[in-house]
Write a protein that binds this ligand. Structure first.
Ligand code: NAD
Ligand code: DAU
Length: 357
């Protein structure tokens, strides 16, 4: 007989955002059992969770959400009453070179989880009040903005990349399971995250790593594209609030009200790095290199997060300059984390430690 009040399944918990969500829940809710289901793709890294991996209320499960039988069995043998679904292929550039991976994990994997939650929660009675299927999604489903305006929860979907189209598809399927079967769902669409444990293929950690090693900083096109950046721990706090207080069937937009062109962001990063690395003012900026643009590159994302602020009382806590400086400090202090990734050593660790359950 479990002594835990709730069994929560978090998918993708070994990734960037997932690891922050797992850490927050394991530490904040000792009376919840947190199951972290992750396939450990190239983006999953258990080193992200060393500080909590021995906690009594944490369990890691290695598994693939695309494997429907495995997911059904997992739900039958553990009575999950909540799901926070983050597992996904997340990198836009990879979706351009290999879209099918994105369809399998982001679409088929999400449907496998929806089916398992449906048979577990709706088979013989009404779902419990605490049952909640929470799908973590992206602002990229809304497409691209011009110079003005913001994405609201009512903005029409208009995805452009295979990644955003796969996330839009999974959002629609989550809503379809609510409308058709009465599954208790909630969705959030967030803007660009940054912070510790961000995989060094994404703009900010890639740039920091290249700066440390005096390598060129690749800026796509003219660097004019705009993103709305949010510190990852602020996103994790929003996920906590929405999971516990969000209304069934609702969507919440999460963002930083913090728009930067890529080139201005990189210049700020270079300025911070000059200071941290004791370089002459302007030395790091010499590494900036303009490269071929991303195909179908969305111009601007910007989130109107007034709904979550008004209804659930969440707001971002960190100013960007402060968050970026914290992030640079973390990457400088944890160079072995990045080096293990760039050398491929972290993949060997998994092979030695875990077998498919
Ligand atoms: P990430 O790539 O860092 O992590 C994804 C995790 O999912 C990895 O641990 C990976 O091993 C796991 N995974 C991938 N395929 C799997 C499969 N088939 N079965 C089980 N596990 C699998 O991604 P992230 O940046 O942390 O994003 C997490 C979620 O948040 C995604 O759903 C993404 O769409 C969404 N999101 C990300 C951002 C952002 O800025 N990074 C912003 C908004 C929304
Ligand atoms: O908006 C939320 C999305 O943010 C999430 O859904 C995605 O999972 C996440 O990866 C992120 O997508 P982006 O494509 O915006 O992030 P990325 O870090 O890849 O790129 C940020 C911007 O920087 C984008 O305009 C492309 C540009 N870029 C990116 C890379 C990797 C460069 O100029 N050079 C680079 O080397």
């Amino acid at each position: 007989m479990s002594t835990f009040k709730r069994n929560i399944l978090i998918t993708g918990g070994a990734g960037f955002i997932g690891s922050h969500v797992v850490r927050l829940f394991v530490n904040k809710y000792p009376d919840y059992k947190i199951f972290n289901l992750d396939k450990l793709t190239y983006a999953g890294n258990l080193a992200n969770l060393r500080d909590i991996e021995k906690n009594a209320n944490y369990e890691f499960v290695k598994g693939d959400i695309v494997d429907g039988n495995f997911i059904q069995q997992l739900f039958s043998s553990n009575h999950f009453d909540g799901v926070i679904h983050l597992a996904a292929e997340s990198h836009v550039d990879r979706s351009i070179s290999n879209p099918m991976e994105f369809i399998m994990t982001n679409v088929v994997g999400t449907v496998n989880l929806l089916n398992a939650a449906k048979s577990s929660w709706l088979s013989d009675s009404q779902p419990l009040n605490s049952n909640r299927f929470y799908h973590i999604s992206t602002d990229e489903v809304y497409g691209s903005l011009g110079k003005s305006g913001f994405f609201t929860e009512e903005t029409k979907y208009d995805p452009h990349s295979p990644y955003s189209a796969s996330k839009a598809s999974s959002d629609h399927l989550v809503r379809a399971y609510a409308d058709t079967f009465g599954l208790p769902v909630v969705i959030s669409n967030c803007s660009n995250n940054y912070g510790p444990y961000h995989f060094p293929e994404k703009l900010i950690p890639l740039a920091i790593n290249n700066i440390i090693h005096n390598k060129p900083i690749p800026v796509y096109g003219k660097g004019e594209n705009i993103r709305d950046w949010l510190y990852v721990e602020d996103h994790a706090r929003a996920i906590d609030v929405i999971f516990h207080k969000g209304k069934k069937g609702e969507t919440y937009n999460i963002g930083g009200h913090n728009e930067w062109t890529n080139i201005d962001l990189i210049h700020l990063l270079c300025k911070i790095s000059d200071k941290k690395l004791n370089r002459e003012a302007g030395a790091t900026a010499k590494l900036i290199t303009f490269v071929k643009d991303r195909a179908g590159h969305d111009l601007r994302y910007a989130i109107d997060s007034s709904k979550i602020q008004r209804e659930l009382g969440w707001k971002p806590s960190l100013q960007f300059e402060e968050g970026l400086e914290k992030t640079v400090d973390w990457y400088l202090a944890n160079q072995s984390w990045t080096n293990n990734i760039t050398s491929g050593d972290y993949l060997k660790y998994y092979e030695a430690q875990y077998i498919h359950r």
